[in-house]
Write a protein that binds this ligand. Sequence first.
Ligand SMILES: [Zn+2]
Length: 251
Amino acid sequence: MYTKSLLWTFVTGIFALTTAAPLVRRAPATVHTKCTAPGTFALTFDDGPFNQTWSLIKTLNQENIKATFFINGNNYANIEQDSVSTPDGDKTYLDHLRFMHQSGHLIGSHTYEHKVLTGLSETEIQRQMNTLSDIVYKTVNARPKYMRPPTGAYDDTVLATLGNLGYEVANWDIDPKDYESYDLQSKQAIFDSYLNQETNNPPTSAHISLMHDVHPQTVPELVPWVIKQVRAKGYKFATVAECLNDSNPYH
Ligand SMILES: [Zn+2]
């Protein structure tokens, strides 16, 4: 009897060990597509930093706007190796990360290499996230908590893996499609179709817009116009974390 109960203790002990692992896994990542704080507007910029990002940060700073950058580590630029000429002289892309962070903009992750995450193994998704997180941490001593999957695409494996790593997904509700063409008027029309739905000033709605600081027209032409229009409607600019009432935007 003694042996049998000892064996049973051993068996249940093993069972507890083998079932413990899934229980400590975190919930799938939450997906946000809009700001929740009424009257807030989050400008977000994907795929950089690249050759106009420094100018964009300066413009935002002059306008006293905090924005969110979903950055890559190795996409348009290899941010650990490359540098670029800016209005303030030659800067490395790690200088860009420091400039963003010191200016109060939020650094989010857009993965290391801009690989679409759906269909990738959990290990590869982890590599895409952790490689970029390590670079950001080495540079500004903080790890991104917010991420945007390339093309916005996710599935159950992506959300489970991101959730285990502690990320929240921040997609968007306004997409002017600045990656499709250089036709400024069509981009403005898309923004206006959302902004004109709001009849209150200050507004009760809240938005996350998607733009790309890597496209030639976006920084010099579209961004100044968007800032003016959004301000005229009475929105307050905020980072993605601020507009979701999250006061802990990093890990
Ligand atoms: Zn992208």
